[in-house]
Design a protein around this ligand. Structure first.
Ligand code: GAP
Length: 460
């Protein structure tokens, strides 16, 4: 079975995971809204991430910093000067391109991270053609800032200029000293955050893979520089372990060492964890050694002392940083792609049909349980609602009494609900229900009084 983006997009829209944004106004290119199931999936992902990296590590604490920070933060971090892509315009049809993508698509040469003069020379020497009008008449390549700008207050001039954060990391850097003082911990210390980030991407696309507004879950792990290699390797293993927890097979992830030219300006080593998406092998997450770059810059620009004193040696130094970073939306896309499955099964009429199953890990599934009366019936519905009320405090439950039971099972399979509970006419006599397992389709008869424990055990 080959999963395609078309299958994922259509299921996600139909079942309420992801909708195109502002659709009643014709949509908003590359913006997406999470529907009732999408928001559950996203919240579950964040909960598991937080548990794995914050709750289960005594040396990692959380933070929730502002999206719009003092603009000096972005000058110090280097984002105002360095963050963005190189662009060229076709003089004939006026279309604008990210130069490295244009060149790669046209002649297969990779110029990502190369200086402007190399980009210009490559375009000229190879007579790169415009994808749209086929002319080869280009403006000079130039830098384009990926920062989203805004203005604060009533004036719209330089003095009121501010930026929407392109990463959450700077919140951790500027708060590092305060966090250290308030939690009274020593190095190594991790500070984690999940939050919205914004980038004025020139070539967004591939559904939710690259958008202009997205969420990042990341932590800055502050260390003594002598430990950097060991900690880097450790967090790489933990990222791989986390992939398995959320149902992404290790075998589908490739660790890609990023070359010096292509690394972000702050990094001395970056390894991307790439995944086999239906549109190719692409970056899923990243692990970077940011050295003391950020804290050093903030110390310089703010004039504040951001050093740490080693309690054992009394030596002062600026902590170095290992940064595991995870795009939340990109992770959800990876989860949907990895969980999507189709199998041939026999229908009630004995015909072979295709069953679509979203084999989500149980912790991620939007609904853990669906309560389904066998049919819409004045005797069954109240009993089924009773079962729903019994379970709703402990488990996220769906309740559905429309359509045939077969169709309702299929719908729950498609949204990844691990268990369906059927209330039938026997239930009224034997006070038991049928529990159907999403993956095996096997059914168990369970007494209502034991249901709570039965499910808790199965969902462990
Ligand atoms: N603080 C480090 C940092 O922001 P990054 O590789 O630029 O590193 C982190 O971004 C993660 O965010 C990426 O690994 C990817 O999962 C996700 N990401 C980056 N740009 C994105 C975009 N335009 N749309 C969706 N996700 C994106």
């Amino acid at each position: 079975m080959k999963v395609t983006m078309q299958k994922i997009e259509s299921l996600a829209k139909q079942r309420g995971f992801i909708y195109p944004s502002s659709e009643i106004y014709g949509g908003m290119a590359n913006a997406w809204d999470y529907g009732p199931l999408g928001v559950e999936l996203k919240n579950n992902f964040k909960k598991i991430w937080w548990k794995h990296f914050v709750q289960e590590n005594a040396d990692i604490v959380g933070l929730d910093s502002a999206i719009i920070m003092n603009p000096k933060v972005w000058e110090a971090s280097g984002h105002v000067g360095e963050f963005g892509d190189i662009l060229v315009d076709c003089k004939k049809c006026k279309n604008r391109f990210r130069a490295d993508h244009l060149i790669e698509d046209a002649i297969g040469i990779d110029v990502e991270g190369k200086p402007l003069d190399v980009v210009n020379k490559t375009i000229k020497e190879n007579k790169v053609k415009c994808q749209f009008c086929k002319a080869s008449d280009w403006t000079d390549a130039r830098h384009f800032s990926g920062l989203f700008k805004t203005h604060i207050g009533v004036l719209e001039d330089k003095s009121s200029l501010a930026y929407l954060r392109p990463e959450t990391a700077q919140g951790m850097f500027v708060n590092f000293k305060q966090v250290l003082a308030s939690v009274r911990k020593r190095l190594p210390l991790g500070v984690a955050q999940i939050g919205k980030s914004f980038r004025n991407e020139i070539t967004p696309g591939n559904y939710t893979f690259r958008t202009r507004e997205f969420e990042i879950a990341e932590f800055e792990y502050f260390i003594n520089p002598k430990d950097w290699e060991q900690k880097f390797d450790y967090w790489m293993q933990e990222m791989m372990r986390f992939a398995e927890i959320i149902g992404i097979p290790k075998s589908k992830i490739h660790q890609h060492e990023i070359s010096k030219e292509k690394r972000a300006h702050y990094s001395l080593r970056t390894v991307d964890l790439e995944l086999e998406f239906p549109f190719g092998v692409k970056e899923l997450w990243g692990l970077a050694y940011r050295t003391d770059y950020d804290l050093k810059k903030h110390q310089e620009y703010s004039g504040q002392d951001l050093t740490y004193t080693d309690p054992e040696t009394g030596k002062k130094f600026i902590p170095h940083v290992i940064e595991p970073t995870f795009g939340v939306d990109r992770s959800l896309l990876a989860i949907l792609v990895s969980s999507y499955d189709e199998e041939k099964v026999k229908s009630a009429k004995g015909e072979m049909e295709t069953r679509v199953v979203m084999r989500l890990p149980k912790d991620l599934a939007p609904y853990k349980v669906a309560v389904l009366p066998l049919s819409k019936n004045p005797e069954l519905s109240p009993k089924a609602k009773e079962v729903f009320d019994l379970l709703k405090e402990k488990f996220m439950c769906d309740y559905d009494e429309t359509q045939s039971i077969g169709k309702r099972y299929r719908r729950q399979d498609e949204i990844g609900t691990p268990f369906c509970i059927t209330v039938d006419f026997d239930t009224l006599k034997d006070k038991a229900i049928t529990v159907r397992d999403r993956d095996t389709m096997k059914q168990d008869r369970v007494a209502i009084k034991d249901l709570d424990n039965y499910l808790a055990d199965k969902l462990k």
